[in-house]
Design a protein around this ligand. Structure first.
Ligand code: ATP
Ligand code: MG
Length: 458
């Protein structure tokens, strides 16, 4: 007992203070969170659970954000009730997840995520790779459904700043791992032995990058160091989960900072493999920087973001390079573009499972680009009527602003789309080739590129 006590004191003061939970209660008068900052749904859920004899706390990102003066995105609750016990207490609730079972409780328009305290799977020594059936050969946990105590739950969370428990009834914060101190010091520290924790779930490396940018805090050195070496582990993460995480990162309002940080730490290889090449060309770098800056501004202004548009921008310069290559090899412009689009999206899908529902917007944005150069006859009018005109036009403006296209094209469309019919007619450029010849050429090219029809998803 005494030995354990000294060991705990010792551990707390050492550099591995985040490996043994020691409770510190932060009283209401010592912190800045008040009960009325907690969402009505999360408050209700904790009250109902506590009245039924369970313990229940608001945890994770919400408490961290409130302490940092940010507005939480959502409120999560942790409890010692099992998912079935939670489910029985709330009429509008359902159990979700397989790898990690939890309960979604609906309260008005709010959904509160309620998770049962978990224990970490025992791993034999920090550097040893766990080969039990709950982990893969790299140590990645395949499920996380062993319930445990609150202390155990603290240890299986990712970062100390995410491991604070707030009890709305007492308005106290329970801090087992100096997370409060880390928030004050603006330090992001992984819980436990960093290498082992990244092996268990390599997505934590992406979360580290996203949270550091979002919260404007520094990665602690021990937390940061292994990331470079462990980056290849992302290849073992299911592509769908990587996509979800990548989307969170891109839609965090800090996408530019995140993407640059991913690249600096070598984490982009398994996500956007060609990012290096693109960012090394001034045009590509300018294009991606502008696109991400725009995205961040929109998120910060509370405007909606289209994931399809985002991925269309991130992959555009790869498509351009392939397009040029196919044309240089003798392919006609449109078939060459179609081939390139399919090629790049197929390649990208090997890393991130871009959902098929994004295909149509990505393809539309790309295939409409050459049509912006056709400014004679009926074509500009038809383009204006395309349901994806607005997205394709925003994309065109990025191309112009980055210097890839002459700004004159963008300016023309800017005026043309809002002008009256007479002005539009006057703006049209002269036809460059006789119509008959063009039609023949089109018919011919359609006949000679059957393979295009076979591979093009458009
Ligand atoms: P935000 O909601 O701003 O994205 P968050 O920290 O709340 O940030 P969630 O994905 O909502 O992120 O996760 C809720 C909590 O669950 C986290 O605060 C953390 O304690 C825990 N958690 C999430 N992902 C992991 C993970 N990969 N490994 C360990 N714990 C995690
Ligand atoms: Mg959250």
């Amino acid at each position: 007992m005494i030995h354990k006590f000294f060991q705990r004191i010792f551990m707390r003061n050492s550099s591995t203070a985040n490996t043994v939970p020691v409770l510190r209660t932060i009283l209401r008068k010592e912190h800045c969170i008040s009960r009325n900052q907690i969402s009505p749904g999360a408050l209700k859920v904790t009250v109902v659970l506590q009245q039924a004899g369970f313990s229940a706390f608001v945890v994770g990102g919400a408490i961290r954000d409130l302490l940092l003066g940010l507005e939480p995105k959502d409120f999560d609750v942790a409890t010692n009730a099992t998912p079935e016990e939670v489910r029985a207490l709330f009429r509008r609730s359902r159990i979700i997840g397989r790898r990690f079972r939890l309960v979604h409780v609906t309260y008005g328009s709010e959904i509160v995520e309620v998770s049962t305290f978990r224990a970490n799977y025992p791993i034999n020594g920090s550097m040893e790779i766990n080969t039990e059936s709950h982990a893969d050969q790299h140590g990645r946990l395949l499920q996380d459904n062993i319930f445990g105590s609150q202390e155990e739950d603290v240890m299986r969370r990712d970062f100390t700043v995410n491991a604070l428990f707030y009890n709305p009834a007492t308005e106290e914060i329970l801090d087992y791992l100096n997370g409060y101190e880390d928030i004050e010091a603006k330090r992001l520290r992984i819980i436990g032995e960093p290498t082992q924790r990244y092996r268990e779930d390599p997505v934590r490396m992406l979360r580290a990058v996203r949270l550091a940018a979002k919260l404007d805090i520094q990665l602690d050195e021990e937390t940061a160091v292994p990331i470079g070496d462990l980056a290849p582990l992302l290849q073992n993460v299911p592509a769908a989960r990587l996509f979800d995480e990548m989307l969170k990162l891109l839609m965090s309002g800090h996408s530019l900072a995140c993407v640059l940080d991913l690249r600096m730490r070598g984490l982009h290889h398994g996500l956007l493999p060609m990012l290096d090449v693109i960012l090394e060309q001034p045009l590509g770098e300018r294009f991606i920087t502008l696109a991400l800056e725009n995205t961040d501004k929109r998120v910060q202004e509370g405007k909606p973001i289209s994931p399809g548009f985002l991925f269309a921008t991130l992959l555009w310069h790869e498509v351009l390079a392939a397009w040029n290559k196919h044309q240089a090899a003798g392919e006609k412009p449109m078939p060459a573009l179609h081939l390139s689009m399919v090629e790049i999206l197929t390649l990208q899908r090997q890393q991130l499972a871009l959902p098929r529902r994004l295909d149509s917007i990505i393809y539309d944005i790309w295939t409409l680009q050459p049509r912006f150069l056709m400014r004679a006859g009926h074509k500009p009018f038809r383009l204006l009527e395309h349901p994806r005109f607005r997205a394709a036009y925003d994309f065109l403006m990025l191309r112009c602003e980055s210097g890839e296209l002459d700004m004159e094209v963008g300016q023309w469309w800017k005026i043309f789309q809002h002008a009256d019919t007479a002005t539009r007619e006057a703006m049209l450029l002269k036809e460059t080739a006789p119509k008959r010849r063009k039609r023949n050429r089109r018919r011919k090219s359609a006949g000679t590129t059957d393979h295009k029809k076979a591979t093009s998803p458009i």
